[in-house]
Every structure is written in structure tokens, then in C-alpha cells.
Design a protein around this ligand. Structure first.
Ligand SMILES: *Cc1c(COP(=O)(O)O)cnc(C)c1O
Length: 522
């Protein structure tokens, strides 16, 4: 069925030279696939309305003090079914974890158990207001406190800040605590070291906090080069930021050695904990000498993210950094929970670097994450990590005979499998393979990251995919990889079956058009 519309908008029909989309030249209004959906403004009639309110009595006194609107203000008017259909049709153009495997590496797009969603929607949590008096939200504060205790226990760290709103925000929180600790001892160190394979947020965080960033090289097997790192340490190095497991999908085996060397040189160790999913229940970062680490609740402990779901990035701290953690935080006193704010902080918190957010956190993420932890238990969380690693290795071994897998000979990977574009023919690139995967029915993997591998393809299947689901994904990926290695030119035009073909991604990023403008009538 085609979309009825009132503004003269016409669906775009792919021209016959597009090959696979060559359909009937005249639109019948009955296409089975509704590939094109107009903007709601194009669809609607500005005079229509979905509600039927009585006109105000003509003699009713105005209570708006002369501020009444004089003209129509151009909101699109649709009936309720028209509005519902518009958004439902749009939702069908979206790829989602609830539709299929989502292979984005480094992002950990994992299944969100429906139990979490149910808990997060309980009115006591969902309707909680950040300014509600503390005695009325004891249950919510109790959840934040209990979640914090779980995070400390799982990481083996003594303190946690729950307020950061995402991983990158957590990084900033950790680095600001490190800066406060250095300032407290009158130490003006200026340099933060990041490995070459670091997530872009690491150097960005350090630079944002006013540090100079220097690269640490990687070894041929994809890990931090310990000797090069050690040689660079000195009185100017404030901290190192290391992701573990790293973005090549490998565990940093020298982490403890690195942490000891950094501490000996007077610096701090920041661990990017975005990949905690792969080691939770198996390794406690506190045992590895970490001073601060953010945890992406939205990666390790489910909770939706990407394209709209808010994240949450609590940061765990060592004894050395705990006094510098941000306010406010939840404290249990006897049976009740308190929010320690600037005004109420006791002397032992006066070294805090300050506050990061207006309010205390992401309640919806906290409830989901705690529901996830309580329903799995500590053993279940270890199983999550084991299965995530098993699934990634299944994908690695299902493709490494066909695709260049630069670190496959270093042994098993952690939670993500990394490939490069060596051997692609006919000028085909990782981008072409990614676009072809869309035609295979999958969201593409992470591409061109990490930077240390040419044409990188980073695949993270997560723990909840079944063997059948992985087999289907590997088969689709093999098909695309075989075509790329055979130099199949048609890949350059892919995707063929998506609502939109190849977009100008540079234009889209540099000149985004985010607001609808009424077309010029003249
Ligand atoms: C996702 C990720 C981040 C950033 O986390 P956000 O929640 O997206 O801000 C940082 N480092 C690594 C390794 C990541 O995968």
C-alpha cells in the first residue's frame, strides 16, 4: 500500500538502471515494500487535527494576558491512525537488536531482557523526579546504592561515582579526579599516554581535560608495547589510559606490570572499561592496579543504547583517587539513604573535584542494570563473559581462512573478532563489504576502527546469539567476503535493497539538515 499524502509528495522510484530495483515504471500505489516514507510535514494537512476539542466560548475571558497565538504555527495535522502508521512505517526501516544480530564491534549491542524493561517502567522508578525530597525516593536511592556496591564488588574497587552519563563522560570524570589528585600534591604533570589502538574518546578526554596526548605503540601481536611505554614514563606523565580488553579484541596481559611501572613513576592508571563485558566475573580490574575505570552500563549490563537510548558510565576508583570523586553521591546511614551534596559533604569529601551533572544519574539505566545483575547473579555474569568470548571466537574461526585476521595467530580473541581488508580485489573496500552486508539483511560491523589495522572490520556478536544465528551471520559475511576477494564490481553499488542507497556520508556529517523547511512556493 502506498502512503496517501496531502502535499503532493511523490514516492521516489529507483530508476531501472539501478538494476535490482527495476520495478514497474508506474507506481501502482500497491507496492508491497513501503520503502519511502515522506516527512510528517509532507504527509500532513496543516488544517487537520487528531483531536476534537470544543471551541472556547467566544466570551470567555482570556487568561493569556494578550499572548494568544494569532496565526497557525505549522505543526503537521494528522489523525491518530495516520500518526501511528507514519511512525510504525518509519520503525520498520530501522535495524534493531530486536530484529537480528547487531555485529558492531566496540559497541556491545546486546539483547535487553524484557524483565529489565518491566522493572524500569515501575512507576516508583520511572516517574521519579530528580528534585523529589530525598525521604520520598528512598527506594530509588537504595537501587543506586546497591548497584554501586555490585560495581565495586565486581571490579574489586573501593569507591564508585554513579553520576556520569556515558562512557566518555566517565572517562572525563576519571581524568578530572586524577588531575585533582595531582593538583592536591602540587604536581603539574602535563602528559597522558594512550595506546595507538585506543578508542577515540580516550585521547579526546585527555585533551579536553587539558593534557597533551602521546601515543604508545603496539606490538606486532596487537598489545601495548610495554618496553616503549616504560621508556616514556617520567615526571611529566600524569596518567596512562588503557582499554582492557583492548580494541583489537585482546586482553592486555602486561596490565599489572604496566600499572606497577606507572605508579612507580608517580602517575595514575586509567582503564577504559567499555569492554568489561568480556571479563566480568573473571578478572577484577582492582587486582590489576587500576586507579579509575568507567563501566558502560549500556554495554556490559544490557540497557538499550545507540541512536537514542541514554547511556550510563559509572566510574570506580582506587583508594588513592576515592577522595577526589565527584559529588553528589548516595550514602547509606543506618536504614536510610542520603544524597551527599556540596552543602552536606563532610570534611572527608572536601577534596572532591566538584560535580559533573545537574542531577544524580540515569535512573532508567540503573534499574535495568541492577535487574540484569540480580537476575544473572555473580555466576551468571561470569557465564555472560564466557559466552561472549566463545561467540566471538566462533566468528573469528568461521572467517579467518577467508579474511585477513591480523591477530588470530596470537591466540583466541576476547569478545570481538578483528579482520582487515588484505586481498580485496578490483578496488573494493571495507565500505563496499559493509554496504553489501545490508543487502544480506545485517547491520554492518564496525569499520575502519581500530586504526592499527588496514580496512579494519570489528565484529562483536555478544553472548545471547545462538549457534544457528552465528552460522547464518558467518555464511552471509563469507558470501560478502568472497565477492570482495573476487573483485565483484556490483558491490560498489550496494546496498540494493535498503530504503536509501549510498548516501553522501561526508555531506551528512558536515552539513546535516535537521529541520524541515517549507518549500518555497515561487
Ligand atoms: C563505547 C566506548 C567508549 C565510549 O562510551 P560511550 O558510552 O559511547 O560514551 C569508550 N571506549 C570504548 C573502548 C568504547 O567501546
Amino acid at each position: 500500500m502506498n502512503t496517501p499524502n496531502k502535499s503532493g509528495w511523490k514516492p521516489e522510484v529507483n530508476a531501472p538502471e539501478d538494476g535490482m530495483h527495476a520495478g514497474p515504471e508506474t507506481v501502482t500505489g500497491n507496492r508491497a515494500l513501503m520503502l519511502d516514507e515522506p516527512l510528517i510535514f509532507e504527509l500532513a494537512d496543516n488544517m487537520a487535527t487528531g483531536v476534537d476539542l470544543p471551541e472556547p466560548a467566544s466570551n470567555a475571558p482570556s487568561r493569556l494576558g494578550g499572548m494568544e497565538r494569532a496565526d497557525a504555527f505549522g505543526l503537521p495535522g494528522l489523525s491518530e491512525p495516520e500518526a501511528v502508521r507514519h511512525y510504525t512505517r518509519l520503525s520498520r526501516q530501522n535495524y534493531a537488536i530486536d530484529l537480528g544480530l547487531f555485529p558492531l564491534g566496540s559497541c556491545t549491542m546486546k539483547h535487553n531482557p524484557r524483565l529489565n524493561e518491566k522493572v524500569a517502567r515501575m512507576p516508583g522508578f520511572a516517574d521519579c523526579h530528580p528534585l523529589a525530597p530525598v525521604h520520598t525516593v528512598q527506594g530509588a536511592l537504595g537501587v543506586i546504592h546497591e548497584l554501586g556496591e555490585w560495581l565495586c564488588k565486581l571490579t574489586g574497587m573501593p569507591a564508585v561515582a554513579m553520576s556520569p552519563k556515558a562512557g566518555a563522560h566517565g572517562e572525563l570524570c576519571g581524568i578530572l579526579a586524577i588531575r585533582a589528585a595531582l593538583e592536591a600534591r602540587g604536581d603539574a604533570r602535563k602528559v597522558v599516554l594512550c595506546p595507538e589502538s585506543a578508542h577515540g574518546t580516550n585521547p579526546a578526554t585527555a585533551a579536553f581535560a587539558g593534557y597533551e596526548v602521546e601515543d604508545i605503540p603496539a606490538t606486532g601481536e596487537g598489545r601495548v608495547d610495554f618496553d616503549a611505554l616504560k621508556a616514556r614514563l617520567g615526571p611529566d606523565v600524569a596518567a596512562v589510559m588503557i582499554t582492557n580488553p583492548n580494541t583489537c579484541g585482546l586482553f592486555e596481559r602486561d596490565f599489572r606490570k604496566i600499572a606497577d611501572a606507572v605508579h612507580e613513576a608517580g602517575g595514575f592508571v586509567y582503564c577504559d572499561g567499555a569492554n568489561f563485558n568480556a571479563i566480568v566475573g573473571r578478572v577484577r580490574p582492582g587486582d590489576l592496579g587500576v586507579d579509575a575505570m568507567h563501566i558502560n552500563l549500556h554495554k556490559t549490563f544490557s540497557t538499550p543504547h545507540g541512536g537514542g537510548g541514554p547511556g550510563s558510565g559509572p566510574v570506580v576508583f582506587s583508594e588513592a583517587l576515592a577522595p577526589f570523586a565527584p559529588l553528589p553521591f548516595v550514602e547509606q546511614r543506618g536504614d536510610s539513604f542520603h544524597l551527599v551534596e556540596e552543602e552536606t559533604a563532610k570534611a572527608d569529601h572536601e577534596q572532591s573535584f566538584g560535580r559533573m551533572t545537574a542531577f544524580h544519574g540515569q535512573m532508567g539505566m540503573f534499574t535495568r542494570a541492577l535487574a540484569y545483575m540480580l537476575s544473572h547473579g555473580a555466576d551468571g555474569l561470569k557465564q555472560v563473559a564466557d559466552d561472549a568470548v566463545l561467540n566471538a571466537n566462533y566468528v573469528l574461526r568461521g572467517l579467518d581462512d577467508l579474511l585477513h585476521a591480523p591477530y588470530a595467530s596470537s591466540g583466541p580473541c576476547m569478545h570481538e573478532a578483528l579482520f582487515g581488508d588484505d586481498g580485496f580485489e578490483g578496488g573494493l573496500s571495507t565500505l563496499d563489504l559493509a554496504k553489501s552486508l545490508i543487502d544480506e539483511g545485517y547491520h554492518p560491523m564496525t569499520m575502519y576502527f581500530p586504526l592499527v589495522v588496514h580496512g579494519a572490520m570489528l565484529v562483536e556478536p555478544t553472548e545471547t546469539e545462538s549457534k544457528a544465528s552465528l552460522d547464518q551471520f558467518v555464511a552471509a559475511f563469507r558470501n560478502a567476503a568472497e565477492r570482495a576477494k573476487a573483485g565483484d564490481e556490483s558491490m560498489m553499488q550496494s546496498p540494493y535493497y535498503a530504503p536509501r542507497r549510498r548516501l553522501d556520508e561526508t555531506q551528512a556529517a558536515r552539513k546535516p539538515v535537521l529541520a524541515w523547511q517549507e518549500p518555497d512556493e515561487t
